[in-house]
Design a protein around this ligand. Structure first.
Ligand code: MRU
Length: 359
């Protein structure tokens, strides 16, 4: 997607360095982070410099390729290094399935080669293939989902499931971009998405950069707008979709789905096949990341001098709970927009359409 007239992907490989849009600085500064080692890449995923399930997958895949590039050529030290790097990348964030999918693909590609140089180039090729496939899948999600958005529609979305959360295009935002570029008039309501405010700082930023009309709303205003006829459909992304269609996404997604159902509004999930975890029978098996309570008790922003600062907003000593995701039960989901088609959130449709795509 375009930033100030230049085309960017969220994350890419430049020689042996991973480069990524630094999402921790947006919307205030647009900077590219340079991640020279797999340790740097793991740190960037953990600290949410790169975030959003498909983007985490791409960064993880590139990080795994870095592991093979860095590994000593002698055995058994090489195998040990690869295993340690793999585990380090796996432990960065627990919920987004794309991370585990990409890591496994790149690890297997590297391990299939005996020669160290060939192992590194096979791992790099696989990581690049994952990134290219993700970009293509997201564009297809956009093309398949765009007809759901009628002329003059208002779409509500939660968190950031745009191009920043993927390699390119986005998942929930891809149908919006495709419809917008086709000249359809539409508007987006972006939930601010407490506590890290991805809706306010990322979704509003990237939609405005593409010229899409967007208004930020407080998280707890979504029900008001849905109930009063101000929303035509809801589209969100996903971090992991279980075999029965139960879907983990950013905390608060479940409440939006409940509001949508109570207001008779269609509620769609948009996600590539790499977000599905067919080994997870239902939502109860999806690991939910619990992050530091400090994300609630403090906020970051610009002070009057334009410096990035963090300020405490809770009483001194207050503690907080901070689950980063929740699970929306399949029965609240109207459909899942994938690159393979818009499917019903049922075990049958998922097994028929998604299982062949992810092997
Ligand atoms: O904690 P984050 O910012 O990585 O969470 C991201 C989300 O929940 C997104 O909605 C999800 O990854 C879909 S991304 C296309």
């Amino acid at each position: 997607m375009r930033v100030a007239g230049c085309d960017y992907r969220t994350v890419w490989l430049d020689g042996s360095t991973v480069r990524a849009v630094n999402q921790a600085l947006l919307p205030h500064r647009f900077e590219i982070a340079a991640l020279a080692t797999h340790g740097d890449t793991a740190g960037a995923i953990r600290d949410m410099v790169v975030r959003g399930a498909p983007a985490i997958g791409a960064a993880g895949g590139f990080g795994m390729a870095q592991v093979f590039l860095e590994a000593p050529s002698e055995l058994p030290a090489r195998v040990e290094y690869v295993e340690q790097g793999y585990q380090r990348l796996r432990l960065t964030r627990p919920t987004a399935q794309n991370l585990f999918y990409a890591l496994e693909r790149v690890r297997q590609a590297g391990l299939a080669q005996i020669d160290p140089a060939q192992a590194a180039s096979a791992a790099m090729a696989e990581a690049l293939a994952y990134a290219d496939q993700d970009a293509a899948a997201c564009l297809r999600i956009g093309q398949l989902g765009a007809p759901l958005i009628r002329e003059g529609a208002t779409v509500l979305t939660h968190c950031n499931a745009g191009w920043l959360a993927c390699v390119d295009w986005g998942t929930a935002l891809a149908p919006i971009y495709v419809a917008h570029r086709a000249g359809r008039k539409l508007k987006v309501l972006a939930d601010e998405t407490r506590p890290r405010l991805q809706g306010m700082s990322l979704t509003a930023w990237e939609l405005a950069a593409e010229g899409v009309s967007v208004e930020i709303i407080a998280d707890n205003a979504a029900g008001f707008f849905m109930r009063s006829g101000g929303v035509d459909l809801v589209i969100t992304g996903a971090d992991r979709i279980a075999a029965n269609g139960d879907t983990a996404n950013k905390i608060g997604t479940y409440e939006k789905a409940l509001c949508a159902r109570a207001s008779g509004i269609p509620f769609y999930i948009a996600a590539p096949a790499s977000t599905f975890d067919l080994n997870c029978p239902d939502g109860q098996g999806i690991p939910i990341e619990e992050r530091s309570g400090e994300e609630l008790t403090s906020v970051a922003g610009l002070d009057e001098q334009g410096r990035l600062v963090k300020v405490r907003i809770a009483p001194a000593g207050a503690t907080a709970r901070n689950p980063a995701f929740d699970v929306t039960p399949a029965e609240l989901i109207t459909g899942i927009i994938t690159e393979k088609g818009i499917i019903r959130p049922t075990a049958q449709d998922i097994a028929r359409v998604i299982a062949p795509a992810i092997g």
